[in-house]
Design a protein around this ligand. Structure first.
Ligand code: NAD
Length: 351
């Protein structure tokens, strides 16, 4: 039996991890989440009544709450996904990113270290703290090349700078205190239960509603897209088999320009839900994001060869599944569009 704390388990990727772990016979999973605007327990409806799942609402900057959870649940592993995650929001206001991503990660590392220090030797050896991060810490690529685990950090946005800081803290807690930390850096995710402020769900829903489809700059920026369930499997593989003190890059070799992504969604929706005019007519080029990185692309060779993980979805199969999921699951996204976030432009810097 493995007992796993997932922080941020009500978010997009965290909920995919929790749904996957709750389906494992020998795993108990505790979802530790503050429930910010991005946290949504509706994403866990499929598993909320399972006996091996439980939820604790807590803030990762709250040391007393963390200590109590560690003491009562007694985890074998922590998968740390809680974060402020939207680059555009970090441009408008970075305070929450510094608080949660840096101070929160520090507080969680300290709580984990205290708990881990009191374990018997064998449990100390097998304990794992997986710090989940992003390829955005590496900055921007030109037309060629791939991010490797050895690529120097060069973050551009307040979001990626805060994630870079938290990566350094996590690795320092391994080197200084011996806490068994592993780090993963992943490319852009997409899939079901994705909060509709991010490019793919925003475009799907705007296109369905016949609203303008905003594309930053000329749409030539390139991201390396990974289906969220492939990421969840990668994270679990790294917790079980990754080497302590190592970093693993996670990506599916699916580089696409933003404009290609948007056009693909338009064409798929025209096929699945025909409209009077082609959805490509809704594409609107808008002022670029400040500090917009041109290209991200991941070299996942280490994860593939060392741990045997492979992405199962191509961009074409994954985007199809994603669009069909949004068409079938209005119960999940309609309340978000009507309440927390209606699709307005975020992230234009203000003095
Ligand atoms: P998300 O914004 O969908 O979810 C974040 C979750 O963390 C939410 O449930 C939120 O309520 C919770 N949270 C925020 N602040 C908290 C706090 N102070 N205490 C406790 N819980 C808190 O994010 P996501 O897209 O699922 O990303 C998860 C992780 O993966 C993040 O660390 C992110 O940096 C990383 N990541 C994301 C991507 C991507 O494409 N989305 C790619 C690579 C890495």
């Amino acid at each position: 039996m493995k007992r796993v704390i997932v922080t941020g388990g009500a978010g997009f990727i965290g909920s995919a991890v929790v749904r996957m772990l709750a389906g494992e016979a020998d795993v108990e999973v505790l979802n530790l989440d503050k429930l910010t605007y991005a946290g949504n327990l509706a994403s866990l409806r499929a598993v909320e009544n399972r006996p091996n799942y439980r939820f604790e609402q807590a803030d990762i900057v709250d040391r007393a709450a963390l200590d109590a959870i560690f003491a009562s649940f007694r985890p074998d592993a922590v998968m740390h996904l809680a974060a402020e995650s939207h680059v555009d929001r970090s441009i408008t206001g970075s305070k929450d990113f510094i608080e949660t991503n840096i101070v929160g990660t520090f507080t969680l590392l300290e709580a984990a270290r205290t708990y881990w220090s009191g374990l018997p030797e064998a449990d100390r050896q097998s304990f794992r703290f997986l710090h989940v991060s992003t390829d955005e810490v590496y900055g921007s690529l030109g037309e060629t090349g791939l991010f490797k685990e050895t690529t120097p950090y060069d973050p551009s946005s307040p979001y990626s700078a805060s994630k870079a800081a938290s990566d350094h803290l996590a690795m320092a807690w391994m080197r200084t205190y011996g806490l068994p930390v592993v780090i993963s850096n992943c490319s852009n995710n997409y899939g079901p239960f994705h909060f509709p402020e991010k490019l793919i769900p925003l475009i799907v829903l705007n296109a369905l509603e016949g609203r303008p489809l905003p594309v930053y700059g000329d749409g030539s920026n390139i991201r390396d897209w990974l289906f969220v369930e492939d990421h969840a499997r990668a994270l679990w593989t790294i917790v079980r088999s990754g080497r302590v003190g190592e970093t693993y890059n996670v990506g599916g070799r699916n580089e696409r320009s933003n404009l290609h992504v948007v056009e693909t969604i338009c064409d798929a929706l025209d096929h699945l839900r025909p409209a009077a005019t082609p959805r490509r007519d809704l594409i609107t080029f808008v002022t670029d994001r400040p500090g917009h990185d041109h290209r991200y692309a991941i070299d996942a060779t280490k994860l593939e060869t060392e741990l045997g993980w492979r992405a199962q979805e191509t961009f074409e199969t994954g985007i199809r599944r994603t669009i069909e999921w949004y068409l079938d699951n209005g119960w999940w996204w309609q309340p978000l569009r009507a309440g927390v976030y209606a699709g307005e432009r975020l992230g234009l810097s203000k003095p």
